[in-house]
Design a protein around this ligand. Structure first.
Ligand code: UDX
Length: 442
């Protein structure tokens, strides 16, 4: 099929490349010419493992094009995918101006019947608004489909090529076969529903995953007080199929471009119909508080923060991405600086993005985990990059001024800590446990 994808952010670019990989002819459109120039050289404006290889392959095969000419791309396509950003407004609502503008531009460019498929995350009812915008700009016929995207940064290609399920929302049931044919190259698990339910599935899924994270983080906080180990608790809970083991990793809370934005948007969506989503409000509040757990532990171990130097390992909101949007590191670093600490920052790839957001004389930019640790009063691990898991902990203790390691992601096992000489704090686990945590299957 011939597809135009409007927007080359995470969702648009990854979807476009994966549709091309499965044999479709895809034209990706972005208004920013410098992004198009990069993409035409097979350079990706986003960091995503494996994407540049797939771009190069599909450019070479002639199945993938990049252009800033939206009208031409729309005219040459049967299906137009809307994948522009829906960032948060100050009140938490999704900003729909980009998607409405894109819909207007598509309407103006149409030269015949098109299927308009929305992949951007949009509040319930938005696809109907998109329909109205299109109808104002064209007299030609079209259909609207909602196809929310569930890819994760860092594993976006794999998530798109091998999804758990695909959700399709449509009101013209005659489109079912076309949509199933387009998507069944990825999976047979295709759930077709109405447009409003499809829009809601996306928000409900992200809100539920965020809820699991805040739930296990609160359990972790209680574990610390009652002397239990949250990793064992999560393992034991996860063995129940009804609960599932994923998204039960306690830590310093979720960040990124989706969970914070989508939870706040869903609270607003509910509020707009006079429903207070109390549970989700608490999820957000717990997540905000959890970030400061690191700072409390530093105070507990060092006594005060004024004048101390703290090595920070990891700035990205999670590993395998350079994305720092809503990363817990942003608030943690700012809080430490305000308290008078010197912060020595290191991340394998997110340093440049972080520098664009935060700058202060108390910041020292480091080129290795060791440099951030050398002479510091403590090291805080904020992102669970593989690189940190391989650090020699005995050597770490020897280069620190005070041998304090605060692990915000529960990366290290107790066996690794024993004998290292480190004073080790993690999340929801005893400070130094000698218990046997092996699972006994009966
Ligand atoms: C998420 C959803 O998973 C994806 O389906 C949706 O399309 C976009 O939002 P993403 O933001 O890329 O994807 O990252 P994800 O891997 O889900 O992690 C989100 C945040 O939760 C990260 O900050 C991560 O560190 C945190 N997290 C995740 C935990 O703290 N504990 C967990 O058990 C899992």
């Amino acid at each position: 099929m011939k597809l135009a994808v409007i927007g080359t952010g995470y969702v648009g670019l990854v979807s476009g490349v994966c549709f091309a990989q499965k044999g479709n002819e895809v034209i990706c459109v972005d208004l920013e010419q410098h992004k198009i120039d990069m993409l035409n050289r097979a350079e990706s404006p986003i960091y995503e493992p494996g994407i540049e290889e797939l771009i190069a392959l599909n450019l070479e095969a002639g199945r993938l094009e990049f252009t800033s000419d939206l009208a031409d791309a729309v005219r040459r396509s049967d299906i137009v995918i809307l994948a522009v950003g829906t960032p948060s407004l100050a009140n938490g609502e999704a900003n729909l101006s980009y998607i409405e503008q894109a819909a207007a531009d598509v309407g103006k460019a149409m030269n015949g019947y098109k299927i308009i498929m929305t992949k951007s995350t949009v509040p319930v009812g938005t696809n109907e608004k998109i329909k109205d915008v299109l109808a104002r700009h064209t007299s030609l016929s079209f259909d609207i489909v909602s196809a929310p995207e569930f890819l994760r940064e860092g594993s976006a290609i794999n998530d798109t090529l091998h999804p758990d399920r695909i959700i399709i929302g449509l009101d013209n049931t005659g489109l079912r076969e076309t949509m199933v044919t387009l998507h069944q190259v990825f999976t047979d698990k295709i759930y077709v529903t109405d447009i409003r339910s499809a829009e809601m599935i996306k928000y409900a899924s992200n809100a539920f995953l965020a809820t699991k994270i805040s739930f296990i983080n609160e359990i972790a906080n209680i574990c610390e007080k009652v002397g239990a180990d949250v990793t064992c608790v999560a393992d034991g809970m996860g063995m129940d199929k009804r609960i599932g083991s994923s998204f039960l990793q306690a830590g310093i809370g979720y960040g990124g471009s989706c969970f914070p934005k989508d939870t706040n948007a869903l609270i607003q969506i509910a509020g707009n119909v006079d429903y207070e989503f109390k549970l989700l409000k608490s999820v957000v509040e717990v997540n905000t508080d959890q970030r400061f757990m690191i700072v409390s532990k530093l105070r507990e171990s060092l006594g005060q923060l004024n004048g101390v130097s703290i090595g920070i390992w990891g700035l990205a909101f999670k590993p395998n991405t350079d994305d720092i949007r809503e990363a817990p590191a942003l608030e943690i670093v700012e809080t430490l600086i305000q308290a008078g600490a010197i912060v020595k920052l290191y991340d394998p790839i997110a340093m440049d993005k972080f520098k664009e957001r935060v700058d202060h004389p108390n910041i020292m930019w480091c080129s290795s985990p060791q440099q951030a640790a050398e002479g510091s009063d403590a090291v805080c691990l904020l992102t669970d990059w593989e690189e940190f898991k391989k650090v020699d902990l005995v050597q770490l203790a020897s280069i620190l001024h005070k041998p304090v390691l605060i692990d915000g992601r529960n990366v290290f096992a107790e066996e690794q800590i024993q004998g290292s000489g480190l004073e080790y704090y993690s999340v929801g686990r005893p400070r130094m446990s000698g218990w046997n945590r092996d699972k006994v299957e009966v």
